[in-house]
Design a protein around this ligand. Structure first.
Ligand SMILES: Cc1ncc(COP(=O)(O)O)c(C=O)c1O
Length: 379
């Protein structure tokens, strides 16, 4: 270890980690979840937990495991193109372009699209990858209150004369509520602004054939970000939109240009799961029924569950230490659940972010609600 006068350059990290621990914000690895009931993953359709079958493996026989380079250099395989065509069809947009993951998709999209002098209006509860994309772009960012169409309109008025963008999640990952997409589209049209929608948690869950909340609302965003590691149950992400956008991202999205393409093998597995997700109406109906049941049981017991819909059910506890205590107590009862604390959520709104998957039984949901009610009233 390189040392100067007995110290190393990384020693300060011990103090910084100590401070995080003292303030209840230290994150540790989650290696002890085996055997617990999953109520925290994003595997909503329960595809991601399935063990790969021989039949699936046979469809992958002969495929290269690695892409070999960035898409621009060497990396485009038939499997990428087939998956992109499927994704464009699913979202009813002209084209799609794969990224390694949703973080890279948001960062690449915003950095490439929003240029010097642009004006970006961003929902206060947008995901970190959107925030980081805004930071990497050369645009000026105005953060507006959560789901506040009036605030968006006011911000666009202030930005008049500049190229403007509104960026939002469609189904908010930590709150389980839905953006007012139709109204946002109208306001964007009135001001000539582009609408960028992150459907990471909505694809596979909402809309016709699981095609997301934009299609459910009957609107077309200027760019749609979707992920393949959540309801689709594999890995990767994409940006869908007009083909001029795809061509631009191909040239200018640094997280695409300077990064190895997704494995063709993974692209093939994602294609199979997207096709399954499109046909999973029965699973979606069950998912929503289970989530409604969990919300209803928690509310009846007097818990603070914000208005929302779908498989993300936040239980707001407020205090970071209380959320940690509740999560630990629930794990002791057999539930795999995480305390969500700042900076993932605003200070003072620490919570248990519960998620439902269609792998849960009715009895599981009743048991989960009972454990939560008991634990949260005690912690
Ligand atoms: C709203 C949202 N967008 C993007 C991402 C990033 O997606 P990925 O996990 O594929 O990097 C996440 C991940 O949790 C998310 O919640």
């Amino acid at each position: 270890m390189p040392a100067v006068f007995g110290m190393t350059a990384l020693d300060f990290l011990n103090d910084a980690l100590g401070e995080l621990e003292a303030s209840g914000l230290l994150r540790t690895t989650d290696a002890d979840g085996e055997g617990l009931l999953d109520v925290c993953s994003n595997d909503y359709l329960a595809f991601g937990r399935e063990r790969v079958s021989r039949a699936t493996l046979l469809t992958c026989e002969g495929l290269p495991t690695g892409a070999g380079a960035s898409r621009l250099i060497f990396g485009t395989a038939k499997q990428h193109l087939a998956l992109e065509a499927e994704l464009a069809d699913w979202t009813a947009l002209e084209s799609a372009l794969l990224f390694a993951n949703g973080y890279a998709a948001n960062v690449g999209l915003l950095q490439a699209l929003c240029r010097g002098g642009d004006w970006i209006v961003s929902d206060a509860l947008n995901h970190a990858s959107i925030i980081d994309g805004c930071r990497l772009s050369r645009g000026e960012v105005r953060v507006v209150a959560h789901r506040d169409v009036g605030g968006v309109e006011q911000a666009l008025r202030e930005g008049r004369g500049r190229r403007s963008w509104v960026v939002t999640e469609s189904y908010f990952s930590m709150d389980g509520d839905v953006a007012p997409l139709r109204e946002l589209r109208q306001v964007c049209d009135a001001f000539g602004a582009g609408l960028l929608v992150d459907e990471a948690h909505a694809l596979g869950v909402f809309g016709p054939g699981g095609s997301g909340l934009c299609r459910a609302a009957g609107i077309a965003p200027d760019a749609l970000v979707g992920t393949l590691g959540k309801a689709v149950g594999v890995q990767g992400a994409f940006v869908a939109g007009p083909s001029v956008l795809r061509r631009w991202l191909w040239n200018r999205a640094r997280s695409l240009v300077f990064s190895t393409a997704p494995s063709p093998l993974v692209a093939q597995l994602a294609l199979l799961n997207v096709q399954r997700a499109r046909g999973a109406d029965a699973e979606r109906a069950r998912l929503h029924a289970l989530a409604d049941e969990l919300r209803a049981r928690l509310r009846t017991a007097g818990a603070t569950v914000p208005s929302g819909t779908g498989p993300i059910v936040p239980l707001i506890l407020g205090d970071d230490a209380r959320a940690l205590r509740a999560a630990a107590a629930l794990r002791a009862l057999g539930l795999r659940v995480q305390a969500i604390r700042p900076p993932t959520v605003p200070a003072g709104s620490a919570r248990l972010r519960l998620t439902v998957s269609c792998a849960l039984s009715d009895a599981d949901v009743a048991g989960v609600a009972e454990c939560l009610i008991r634990t949260c009233s005690e912690s």
